[in-house]
Design a protein. Structure first.
Length: 402
């Protein structure tokens, strides 16, 4: 029978140490994630933390292990005081084993003298006099892992520094938030890659596929013209095929440029200024940037999506509008950001507006949806075209989520 003594309850006691955590927890759940380790840049701090904890408590070893929702064994992500062979033996520990399992199911710091499998694996020659101190690593009440201290002498927990259990509980929440951040970051990367693939497929379908279909149709007509010795039509079809091939080649270059492009500047406004300078150098159109927001409160992910939307809208204005003047405006109204790209060109063509692939609207709209925004295409009052992006600010999102 496992005898466990609850030492300390974590509720309401961890606010100060949580404020000291360097990473702000991502919104959203990691419930669907599998087994994860900590982010690479967290390894050294966690290793150092375990060394300090082991030194403070004279523990034989200290470990951090993570769990997943699929019932698989825990993964060892950091250890101090354990030999390489011992780490290998406990690298995939059972989540239902000993006091660690109690900590994962319960609340607060747990202490046990039970000789569990991990104790046996860490030191096969260890005597019966030992204690294991365990605390769950939690994020939003969900247990994501466990921090364990393996003490050799009886009664060691009674000699721990004052309020040490409080510190362990707070550290459990901080490390739990770091694990949740890593899981969310991995999910975001996977989702972003899949979305980019989907957008690339749409772009190829909407532009190249149409050109290739047109070329095949003209090829059939060209073959018929050759068969009937209709030289005039054959010449016409050859010219149309050549034109379609040139268009396809140009579009391929545009797609490659779009998907290879990076935000060279570290933030949105410098990146937009740099992109505008490049477009000015490649055209004779006057392009202005007007930011009415002192410092937009945007996440890096939002900045990337907005940058690509703005650049696509600017490129379309230069290519299709025959404009002499293009203006990009970033503004904020009642908790919503608004980005507008306006030109004084020929205005909307209803046929081309319906051709979403031609204007890249599919990609722009998908990017807008990623940040909770909406894209609108409008006629300007004095002629020309306006592309308007509206999306919620992080302040509004925070109030809605609170």
């Amino acid at each position: 029978m496992l005898h466990v003594a609850p030492v300390f309850s974590i509720k309401g006691k961890v606010q100060m140490l949580q404020r000291c955590g360097s990473a702000r927890p991502h919104e959203g759940s990691a419930e669907d994630a599998g087994a994860y380790t900590l982010a690479a840049d967290m390894n050294a701090p966690i290793d150092h933390l375990l060394q300090v904890l082991a030194g403070m408590t004279e523990a034989r070893a200290a470990t951090v292990r993570t769990i997943s929702d699929d019932g698989s064994p825990m993964d060892l992500v950091a250890a101090s005081g354990a030999s390489t062979s011992a780490q290998t033996r406990i690298a995939r520990a059972d989540a239902d084993c000993g006091v660690c399992a109690v900590a994962l199911r319960g609340d607060g710091v747990q202490v046990s003298t039970e000789r569990c499998a991990c104790v046996r694996e860490l030191d096969a020659d260890a005597g019966a006099d030992h204690q294991v101190v365990a605390v769950a690593l939690r994020h939003k009440e969900q247990a994501l892992g466990v921090l364990s201290l393996f003490l050799e002498r009886p009664g060691a927990a009674l000699d721990l520094p004052a309020r040490f259990p409080d510190l362990l509980s707070a550290l459990g929440d901080v490390i739990g938030s770091a694990i949740a951040n890593t899981r969310q970051a991995d999910n975001d990367v996977h989702s972003s890659v899949m979305q980019e693939r989907h957008m690339l497929a749409n772009e190829v379908h909407d532009s190249l596929a149409q050109n290739l279909t047109s070329i095949r149709m003209r090829t059939a007509l060209l073959r018929r013209a050759f068969a009937t010795r209709d030289e005039e039509r054959a010449t016409q079809y050859l010219e149309e095929i050549d034109e379609a091939l040139a268009g396809a080649q140009s579009r391929v270059r545009e797609i490659i440029t779009q998907f290879r492009a990076q935000m060279d500047a570290p933030r949105l406004l410098p990146a937009l200024e740099f992109a505008i300078e490049e477009l000015r150098a490649a055209s004779e159109v006057k392009i202005e940037l007007e930011c009415r927001v002192p410092e937009p409160r945007l996440s890096p992910y939002e900045e990337v999506q907005i940058f690509y939307i703005a650049r696509e809208a600017l490129t379309n204005a230069l290519k299709h509008s025959q404009a002499r003047h293009v203006r990009l405006v970033l503004d904020e109204h009642a908790g919503w950001y608004e980005l507008r790209v306006e030109d004084d060109g020929v205005g909307l063509d209803s046929a081309k507006t319906a051709d979403h692939g031609h204007f890249g609207l599919n990609i722009m709209r998908e990017r807008a949806q990623r940040i909770g925004g909406v894209i609108e295409l409008q006629r300007c009052e004095k002629g020309g075209t306006r592309v308007r992006l509206n999306f919620p600010s992080r302040t509004l999102v925070g109030e809605a989520g609170g």
